[in-house]
Ligand binder design. Sequence first.
Ligand SMILES: *[C@@H]1O[C@H](CO)[C@@H](O)[C@H](O)[C@H]1NC(C)=O
Ligand SMILES: *[C@@H]1O[C@H](CO)[C@@H](O)[C@H](O)[C@H]1NC(C)=O
Length: 603
Amino acid sequence: MMTTSVKIPSLETDKHPLQNEGLRPPVTQCPDEPRSPGWFRHLKFFTAGLLLAIIAVRYVVPTFGGFKLGVPETPLDTKAVCPKTSAIVPHTHADILKKLEAEYANESFHDQAFAWLGGAVKIPTQMYDDMKQPGEDPRWDVFKKLHSYIDSHFDFVNLKKTNINTYGLVYHWQGSNTDLKPILFTAHQDVIPVAPDTINDWINPPFSGIWDGQWLWGRGSCDDKPGLIGSLAAVQKLGKAGFKPERTIVLAFGFDEEHGGIIGATKIRDHLLSTYGEDGFAILIDEGGFLEGRTDGVIATPAVAEKGHFDLRMVVSSAGGHSSVPPEHTSIGILAALIAELEANPHEPHLYRDEPYFTALQCQAILNSELDDDLRGLIKKSRSSDKALFDLEKKLFATDVLADALSKNTQAVDLIGGGVKSNALPENAYAVVNHRIAQHSSVSAVKAHIVDTLTPIAKKFNLTLDAFGDELHGMSNVVSSGHLKLTDAWGTALEPAPVTPWIENSAFDFLAGTIQTVVKTSKRWNNPDIPVAVAPGILSGNTDTRYYWKLTKNIFRYRHVSRFDKYNGAHTVNEAIFAEAFIDLIRFFTITILNADETDLLG
Ligand SMILES: *[C@@H]1O[C@H](CO)[C@@H](O)[C@H](O)[C@H]1NC(C)=O
Ligand SMILES: *[C@@H]1O[C@H](CO)[C@@H](O)[C@H](O)[C@H]1NC(C)=O
């Protein structure tokens, strides 16, 4: 097979892919993003013509890549194809877009946009784990500053603002056609705190909001103030340009996303549900997924899935006493045995043909010419051959830790405690084990695995066992030498999110077609023929959308920012965004709103 010989700069080069002189390449991705397999970094793209040829061969010629295609495709097979999408551009609103594109290209707009974002980054809306309700904790006061900042820099004559639980912000822009379901953009106002002992590691102070000519610096510059300020900026500019929507537009901004959204997003959900109803929105776009943008090709991965979450607490209790006459095993020794048993019995990773990750692999097999040929062959064959699927699993999981983690329930022992003094037997010892639950699993399956794994050890040490509220019997014939209690550590168990369909879902086609347009008409790429692929992504972490499942089945977690546009990711020192990327994010919001207003893909 022939491929184009265009060179795609790799992450390892010391230049920003779209920049001749960069300070340093961004190397880490924001933690709560969908993880791409390592070989994502070496994408090369076929020419569009060759791609069409491949697709034609795939569907017309009876055999391809060594397996028969005469077999009728099952729904699973259909799901497992890399989605094909075409660009969607505004027609009725073409003049408004033309006007705004001219304005967005103007240097003076860039200065204004960077100042808007920098000003928001300067306000340290740090979120702490022990925040009390608004009104009961003075650390919330700084959010008032952010609100006055927004009020004084944006002038929304067309929008109705509602405050939710004091600091939540919901903006409503009424459309003229109430038959159209509204479109919803969400973002969060809060940021991860800056650890005081890391301040000296920042190249520019963490709340400086400085634009150095290339990067815009500070906590929140990636996560998630571009989503907040970028969507506000787009709405502001659309209003000033005379846009009058047919489809209602809603913006909703949480304020404790970094602490799980329990104070903010739950209340925002209640408000949105009571105002717009269940399944009341055509589409929801939140933070999460990203794009990989190189000079010669772009792959975007809006996340259609979020893994679930379960924190196990195990507490071993046994008799205390003087440590000079100890039993054979103390509670700490028994806890150690329990932990060792869990680690010796990890969950098995698996690939399922109807899961988004399998589809993402199919896109790789088509688009990534640097892929190992064996792997490419296996990926293609695995669509219809169980043997190939099995071989693919073996090969992939042995070489790619991210693929492995995305394809199973992960477990990590993250907390441990016990004992008070070196000459006293510990009466209690505990550990907390964090699990991230794959789409094909569930909270109850994780609990069952824990009970199955730990029961033999509890028996061996003659412990009575309380497993998630069930006193397990059949262990009472032994003299108890202690007790093991298993609980949901914080009561925060979360099932994997319902997966947003990406096949035969016009809302996915809408988003993918819009992304195509935003990239192909971007001044940064300056290449209307650039190959753009849109593949479904998975988030290993969670966003405020964990509470928004009932608002729409079309939840996409996607910020139109390349991971190369992040200096050092989020949640760590030197958070910075490549400022030009923020302009494209505003373009993304603008074009999405215009397209949504005239498309028939959103119902
Ligand atoms: C850019 O914007 C400024 C300020 O609005 C304006 O004076 C200038 O003419 C614009 N430049 C172009 C090339 O449109
Ligand atoms: C458990 O109990 C049995 C019967 O009482 C005893 O023989 C055994 O040594 C005990 N095991 C431990 C680890 O304490």
